[in-house]
Design a protein around this ligand. Structure first.
Ligand SMILES: Cc1cc2nc3c(=O)[nH]c(=O)nc-3n(C[C@H](O)[C@H](O)[C@H](O)COP(=O)(O)OP(=O)(O)OC[C@H]3O[C@@H](n4cnc5c(N)ncnc54)[C@H](O)[C@@H]3O)c2cc1C
Length: 479
């Protein structure tokens, strides 16, 4: 019997039950990846993310080659490619892991229907998340929309359903006469090289990074204390590996569980956030078009293009915002605390529609993921699953002072501010003109003056949100 596994966001051989189901039943086996034209050409495409994906495919191909097989990489619409490959090679069973986006739903349903019509059996797994997106239901039978009760249910589910580690299986050979050349290069796809350095893709690199993170003395131990300090390497930076499934999220969970302690507990909660946003997208696909709470689709945005450009380029005059936006350009990654700060700034200070920021992130992030990105943006914009979110407005100056007190992070990405003393690094406009001359940072010449007055914009934002809520203004203080 010939089986096929369609790799998508599970670019690994170990910890992949759907792959195992296919190879266990097969005498010959086709490992397939389809470079989907619809995704390669999408407006939200990031060259860095595609470069990382291609590297992960090269690594997967290498792993398969070591087992006497090769990865077949084809380009086109999977709705056409999958049934064609299956028919041509007489495939009897096709397997894949389900994804949560509405696009993936439609695509997979169309593929499955065609395979069924052709008499080809299918097997699906759910390895994109730790807990399947439809597994947890509230007492009233609906999906969870608030994180804390979701986390409790998620933890309880894992007590009974956690799976053991699964080594990479033996891979049956390709069907006789079939050849596969492995993945293309970025240039073959007509995509410009990424400006950011790309970390090595693939399962081996992911496991190495995970092992270093959870090792004694590794960052996991103090994760709960240091995770919010962007100048430090205090988080795992595993997000691109989880995005493409080079690392099974369940393997990440198991590794942290085995260590235990406060750092691990906090990190596991972040893995649960990832699952939470995946199930939000799965159950509420409208979030990709508009607010989770549709009332917030009526917020009046300013959408000032010059201010949007200043945000994208890291020229807002707010050091922590500018450092973070420049980190995104330089590394195709941004620290989580800074993602929250810049997203709050775009929506609540610049009054720009969160969807523009969401798209910019997708165009640049190595880990750009529709579910987590959308969830993060809606959280920051106050349009999402939080109970009372609209008045959470980050003050970019005090956030900088709190999480980058000596300005190490800011100085790393904003060289104009390198000589500004720590006491004013997050508000360099407070230096006198003479002091500005001395430190070589004249505001308005070497570094921009703030594009907005935060205190004023905060009130405008509250007013705009209040207008759509039609309720009294909450007097909560700045965050
Ligand atoms: C506006 C905004 C946009 C975001 N966009 C994305 C995105 O496109 N892709 C993405 O993977 N994450 C996104 N996040 C979540 C988070 O910022 C990143 O997952 C995290 O910074 C990745 O770094 P890390 O791997 O070192 O995380 P760690 O702190 O080591 O966390 C471990 C893993 O948990 C998951 N995780 C951590 N925090 C979150 C979170 N808040 N929401 C969902 N999952 C989380 C990630 O998979 C991460 O790799 C976004 C957050 C915000 C506020």
């Amino acid at each position: 019997m010939i089986a096929l596994h369609w790799f998508r966001r599970d670019l690994r051989l170990a910890d992949n039950p759907a792959l195992l189901a296919a190879v266990a039943a097969a005498r010959q086996f086709i490992p397939l990846f389809v470079l989907d034209d619809a995704l390669l050409g999408a407006a939200g495409r990031a060259p860095a993310r595609i470069a990382f994906l291609l590297d992960a495919l090269v690594a997967l191909d290498r792993e398969l080659a070591a087992r006497g097989s090769r990865l077949l990489v084809l380009r086109g619409d999977p709705r056409r490619v999958l049934p064609e490959v299956c028919r041509r090679h007489g495939v009897a069973l096709a397997s894949w892991n389900r994804d949560v986006s509405p696009y993936a739903h439609r695509r997979d349903a169309a593929v499955a229907a065609q395979l069924r019509d052709a008499g080809i059996a299918t097997h699906t797994g759910h390895e994109v998340t730790i807990v399947p997106p439809e597994a947890l239901r509230t007492a009233s039978g609906g999906p969870y929309t608030v994180f804390t009760p979701y986390l409790r249910a998620w933890q309880a589910w894992l007590v009974h359903h956690a799976t053991a580690a699964m080594p990479a299986p033996a891979i049956p050979p390709l069907p006789p006469g079939m050849t596969a050349d492995g993945p293309p290069r970025l240039a073959d796809l007509g995509i410009p090289a990424a400006a950011a350095p790309i970390p090595p893709g693939g399962a081996a690199a992911a496991l190495q990074r995970l092992a270093a993170f959870v090792a004694p003395g590794g960052a996991l131990e103090r994760y709960h204390e240091r995770r919010d300090i962007p100048a430090e390497s205090a988080t795992s930076q595993l997000s691109p590996y989880l995005r493409f499934g080079c690392l099974a999220p369940a393997a990440a969970w198991r590794a942290a569980q085995a260590v235990g302690g406060a750092g691990a507990a906090r990190w596991i909660a972040e893995l649960a956030w990832r699952d939470f946003y995946a199930q939000i997208l799965f159950c509420f696909p409208h979030v990709l078009r508009g607010a989770f709470r549709p009332i917030y689709d009526h917020i009046r945005w300013d959408d000032d293009d010059a201010r949007f450009a200043a945000w994208c380029d890291g020229r807002t005059g707010f050091p922590i915002v500018d450092a973070a936006m420049r980190q995104l350009r330089a590394e195709a990654w941004m620290h989580n605390r800074c993602r929250m700060i810049v997203a709050s700034f775009l929506t609540k200070d610049l009054l720009i529609d969160w969807r523009r920021g969401e798209r910019w992130f997708m165009q640049h992030l190595l880990d750009g993921d529709p579910a987590s990105n959308n969830g993060g943006w809606q959280w920051a914009a106050g349009t999402g699953t939080d109970a009372q979110p609209y008045f959470r407005i980050f003050n970019p100056t005090s956030q900088g002072q709190k999480f980058d007190p000596d300005g190490t992070y800011v100085r790393r990405y904003v060289p104009e501010l390198r000589r500004v003393p720590a006491r004013v690094i997050h508000e360099p406009w407070r230096l006198s003109p003479a002091e500005q001359q001395v430190v070589g940072c004249v505001i308005g010449r070497d570094y921009p003056a703030p594009v907005v007055d935060h205190a004023r914009q905060r009130l405008v934002a509250l007013e705009r949100y209040r207008a759509v809520r039609g309720s009294a203004l909450d007097a909560s203080p700045d965050a």
